[in-house]
Write a protein that binds this ligand. Structure first.
Ligand SMILES: [Zn+2]
Length: 193
């Protein structure tokens, strides 16, 4: 029985590294995988999933309009595929998560999603909310705060390092940076401004 997996974490926990390693494990055994990530600019289809430790792999993309069930079904018609990997899964819509659930249930292919749980305001991303509701298996990818406790929250900072408490959930191509913190230090960081 195939399953829908959700590997969630905060920023910079190494999700892409874990995704690439898991995909590599299939390829090493002579199996094929299909990697899809969010299309964050206008270059559809030729994205790359890269990890901070220097490894990467080419990937297809999804946008708001992508029917992921149809896209994956088309891929499966070209040959066998042992596992589907979705990076930046926080950007999936509610409907797209249901499409992935149908891939698992009706096409019997496992789907592994990797994404952020909450945004810098402490709110669930829509894709992550639906994955938390629907996934068969959930795994937390852990990282730590500067204090050594588990980091579950993230702050967005501008180029001067000032913590930003408001703004769009998705910021593409800006000069902002993100810092993962435990909840105590997130509260301090957000309230201090
Ligand atoms: Zn802390």
């Amino acid at each position: 029985m195939a399953k829908l997996y959700f590997h969630y974490s905060t920023m910079n926990a190494g999700k892409s590294t874990i995704l690439l390693q898991a995909s590599h494990n299939y390829i090493e055994r002579g199996m094929q995988t299909y990697l899809i990530t969010a299309q964050l600019d206008n270059r559809a289809g030729d994205a790359r999933i890269a990890s901070r430790i220097g490894i990467g792999a080419s990937a297809d993309t999804f946008s708001d309009e992508t029917d992921l069930f149809a896209k994956i079904q088309t891929r499966l018609e070209t040959g066998p595929c042992a596992c589907i990997f979705i990076d930046e899964a926080q950007f999936l819509s509610d409907e797209q998560v249901w499409q992935l659930a149908r891939v698992v249930d009706d096409l019997n292919v496992p789907v592994m999603c990797y994404g952020l749980r909450v945004d810098f305001r402490g709110k669930l991303f829509p894709g992550s909310a639906t994955l938390l509701a629907l996934a068969d298996v959930m795994r937390e990818v852990r990282t730590i705060c500067h204090c050594g406790k588990k980091a579950t929250m993230v702050v967005r900072r501008d180029e001067d390092g000032k913590v930003l408490a408001d703004g769009e959930q998705v910021q593409v191509g800006g000069n902002e940076t993100y810092l993962s913190l435990c909840r105590v230090h997130w509260r301090q960081a957000v309230n201090a401004d």
